[in-house]
Design a protein around this ligand. Sequence first.
Ligand code: 3PG
Length: 204
Amino acid sequence: MTADELLDLGPVIPVVVLEDAGAAVPLARTLVDAGMRAIEITLRTPAALEAIANVAADVPDAVVGAGTVLSPAQAQDALAAGAQFLVAPGSTPALLDRLAGMPLLPGAVTASEVMALLERGITWAKFFPAESSGGVRALKALAGPFPQMRFCPTGGIDAAKAKDYLALPNVACVGGSWMLPPPAVQAGDWERIRELATAPSSTA
Ligand code: 3PG
């Protein structure tokens, strides 16, 4: 798996925050059934690594990755648990040095951040936090000087906004949690999540 292949898996990468690792497999099956194969489980909860391991072991059609990767050590833990890709909200020299050649989606929103990635031959980035960093207008502006960049905007996106982002030539896919309302995740309401994930505007 390369970062480019990750961006081509589908138009939406669900961003999952899980308190209970036991929910990971039914949730991942629901998302895969809804057409979302790439699943980002954020390293924001103690359950995250076990959740990644469970999905890697039991949901072969899912491509499970770790989100909120802030350090090389976290990346190693996630890979050891079975993560097939890594997502970081930003990009630091330490992360980029240590994870060179790995399927990493680093964060970038400014021209200088994009240029720092391009200097390393990286032509893909998570655009985070998308809505508060200028959203669709900012991405349109970045397409001029950086036509080779492919972005995955994430942060504050919902089903309706996803459509606008996905219409941009430099947006490969979008990330978001709009199909995963915390009460539905906590209650194990997979039917509700399936509805939200399969709503037409959810997959554009
Ligand atoms: C992320 O970590 O990528 C974002 O927090 C997800 O953004 P959202 O919850 O606003 O969709």
